[in-house]
Design a protein around this ligand. Sequence first.
Ligand code: AMP
Length: 492
Amino acid sequence: MRHIQDTLQATFERFGYAPLELPVIEHTDLYLKKSGEEIIARMYDFQYRSRRLCLRPEMTASVMRAYIDNLQNEPLPLRLHYSGPVFRYEKPQKARYRQFTQMGVELIGASQALADAEVIRLAYGALQALGLKDFRAVIGHVGILSRFLQNLKIDSRLRSFLLQNMEAMQKKGSAFVTERLRQIYPAFEDSSAQTMPRSQRLTALFQEMDEAEARLAVLDFLQNINIHLEGSRDADEIIARLLTKIRRRDQTPGLQSALRFMDEISRLSGSPAAVLPEAEKILASYAIDRSALDALRELVRALEHYGLGWEHISLDLGLSRGLQYYTGTIFEVHHGGLGEERQLCGGGRYDDLIATLGGLNDIPATGFAFGLERLHLALESEGGAKGGPQPLVRALIAAIDAQDFPYAVETAERLRAHGVPVELDVRQRSVKSNLQYADKRGIAFVVLIGPTERAAGEVVLRAMDTRQEKRVRAEEVYAAMQQMRGENDGQS
Ligand code: AMP
């Protein structure tokens, strides 16, 4: 895990991203505004004295809060990276934990496609630096569906239902989403039923009547079911309210059109050359403005400057993300060795989060987060990391007699001063068990010190891989270790 963390950090810092430390506990409010139901339902939140607090379920909102509190006077753009534990009340299973570690970046104050390209390049670079091969980045844009929904006259509740169900549409199909929709909007009738849904006939009838006619019709209907309003002080108001309700536009036609559009658009995935022209045709047929598609095209061009291989990247217009604050480009990285929980990394652009959280200005931002445990599983599935972590300890120093111990301490301290991680035998084991221990731990060198060596101001240095032993002067152990390593490397 440390190796993964160090590799990611080195990659982020090579692009000029500075580290930011963030608190584990935040105000629950921070997530209620924009994170979306999926995260909110899984938060560990609690009342403490008079405050509603939670364990952070992700870190982007914390970075934005820190930005608003402390960094608004910094010159833009601001490049930050972070790392730490996050908490979600999940059903624990393989690669899905209640506490896991996120590491990510935020690029604050740049709205251009070049900024999105930089963070995607950065995620890609981190995976390459880890030596991973079987990964795929998929890129989408939330603007395509949200523009479409803006033009429809449907409730905001139904609009956010549709946005949240894009992924379900792609994975489980239209029938599944329709069924879900009926649970929150029972009046929905799908297009196969009839030209005018039954629920809409009464609405249409009332929309055609003039005011007086409509009032009489309502009164008549109420009398027929034995409700008498005449003489009641509130009669006018009651009838007016009933009429507004009856006349309110049925949501069905808008929903039908949205489901059809989602179904068509969610099928578009693959290379830019395959996806973009098809998407253009669909958008034109629904007369939707193409700004989201143009933004994607620009991003594709910017990514090409970096020469990223398209064998690892594709567009997916059915992509949607659990977090609700995204406003533009969104992307995920998947790994072939992870099964169900294949997502290694997720991110995108969120241009109004800072303003929503109370920032002074409308500042655009883009970023992503990796899940470190999943990176670890992905590396394991590919057979471990090439050039991965060496065993921490390089040398074990052992005294043969108790009197040799001060001399062993001195030798250990001398090697540590050279920056060599050294372990000292504090259990006074036999030579044999010290050697066995070093083998099992993968320690490269053992330094043995007995009465004879002590008397001569020397030590025995043993390279564990070749079993080669040398007597060297105590001050020269470090140089001798370097030399033996060089010789061994030469042999291999
Ligand atoms: P998200 O904030 O949901 O976009 O998640 C970002 C990354 O965190 C994902 O791509 C995963 O790698 C990782 N992740 C999310 N949820 C979990 C979890 N429950 N357990 C382990 N890793 C997770």
